[in-house]
Design a protein around this ligand. Structure first.
Ligand SMILES: NC(=[NH2+])NCCC[C@H](N)C(=O)O
Length: 420
């Protein structure tokens, strides 16, 4: 157990990473068939052993540069307290309308319970209804939990629990809420839309859409996963912060599913560089950019902007865009589909992304980033301190089929301040 709890603090997308929450994919990613993959929010079915090997490249690198936590360990640990165990199981069973399995769950040891809450609880075929049911699970597996980015977000010094747009991901938020409330590793206050009386069914907001660009600038995607009501909910919280804050809202297309979150078309790479999917962010299209300025607890201004990059420039963030997929439209579309724009920065100019997106990597290389293999970092063959700007590449033949990349698979709890 850690001696001093970590106080969450994130005021940028690029500050040196100090603590991050991860989840190594487990059986939950294979607990599906082609027939229900879409309901699981996957575009394909995954092979677990390959996915784990790829994932270990990500976690292996992060273990070298930051403190890392695993969701399953954090969850198992909070279940040691019998009151927390009962209240969490009750909350989940009530939420998912399966109070009949409560006692079975409570009889499990903590490790097994944590595993089942993530991997799914098989439906007992002990009644006519369950015998005839097409369902396999009483509690469905959390197929998407390895995308830890989405179910909770560190917003400055608080944790916002996400209000997920899809039922299949709601338990992830409930688990993250319990972790941040009870884990001895964190000391924080929590904003949870699910505990707020005026939040309606149309309010949803997910971490993949929330980018904290600078102390005073949030960039938020508005699409299938984050509604305008969800953004208004966050804006209400931002009103309690001191000083002037800008919320830049970028609308996203509803399809294909590779555009689910803003971080699939836009990520911040360095103080002055970003990754963009050009067809949506540089060319004429009908997806608006809107700027909300909040000062002293009120919305001072809301206006349509000529585009995301122009808007950020007007706020003093003049970013050089690197095009996902390079210059050719077909390559841009192919690589965006495989999370080619979804980079994670563990420090300014220190990136992690998929090795498969070669045109994107070529564009980054031309922009001055060295390309380094994760395996070489993990084996100490490469010393990262020899480089200033780099992309560490991880293998990704299976992971991107789940629908996300390095940013989606990381939930930063603490980053150091950026020297702008
Ligand atoms: N931050 C992200 N882009 N996360 C990607 C999540 C993908 C996941 N299959 C979903 O649909 O929810």
């Amino acid at each position: 157990m850690s001696s001093t709890p970590i106080v969450p603090h994130v005021t940028s997308e690029i500050g040196n990473l100090e603590a991050v929450i991860l989840h190594t994919p487990g059986p939950e990613v294979e607990n599906m068939t082609p027939g229900n993959a879409e309901r699981a929010l996957y575009s394909d079915i995954l092979n677990l052993p390959v996915a784990i090997e790829e994932y270990q490249q990500l976690s292996g690198v992060l273990n070298k540069v930051s403190k890392t936590f695993q969701v399953k360990d954090l969850l198992t640990e909070i279940l040691i307290d019998p009151d927390i165990k009962v209240s969490l199981v009750e909350r989940i069973c009530t939420h998912e309308k399966v109070l009949n399995i409560k006692e079975d769950l409570l009889s499990l040891n903590n490790k097994e319970l944590a595993a089942q809450l993530i991997e799914g609880v098989a439906l007992k075929r002990d009644s006519l209804t369950t015998f005839l049911s097409d369902e396999r699970y009483a509690l469905r597996p959390l197929h998407n939990f390895f995308f830890t980015r989405d179910a909770s977000v560190t917003v400055y010094n608080q944790i916002m629990i996400s209000k997920m747009a899809n039922k299949v991901r709601e338990r992830e938020s409930i688990i993250m809420d319990a972790i941040f409330n009870y884990s001895p590793h964190f000391k924080t206050s929590i904003i949870n839309p699910m505990n707020t009386w005026h939040v309606g069914t149309e309010t949803f907001i997910e971490g993949g859409d929330v980018l904290i660009a600078r102390d005073d600038i949030l960039i938020i995607g508005n699409g299938t996963r984050t509604s305008t009501q969800g953004i208004d909910f966050l804006a209400e919280q931002i009103k309690t912060q001191k000083g002037k804050k800008h919320i830049v809202v970028q609308q996203l297309p509803e399809s294909p599913e590779s555009f689910i979150h803003l971080d699939m078309i836009f990520t911040l790479l360095d103080r002055d560089t970003c990754m963009i999917y050009e067809p949506l962010l540089r060319q004429e299209n009908s997806y608006a950019t809107i700027l909300m300025t909040i000062e002293n607890g009120v919305v001072k201004e809301i206006s349509r902007q000529p585009g995301l990059l122009q808007c950020l420039k007007s706020l003093g963030m003049d970013l050089k865009p690197v095009p996902c997929g390079g210059t050719d439209l077909w390559q841009q579309e192919r690589e965006q589909w495989h999370s080619g724009a979804n980079f994670f920065a563990h420090g300014p100019g220190k990136l992690i992304g998929y090795a498969r997106n070669v045109h994107t990597l070529e564009a980054l290389n031309q922009a001055g980033f060295s390309i380094i293999k994760a395996a070489d970092v993990i084996s100490n063959k490469t010393d990262l301190s020899d480089y200033e700007k780099y992309v560490i590449t991880i293998e990704g033949s299976e992971l991107p089929r789940g629908g996300g990349g390095a940013r989606c698979m990381t939930m930063p709890v603490r980053r150091s301040k950026v020297n702008w």
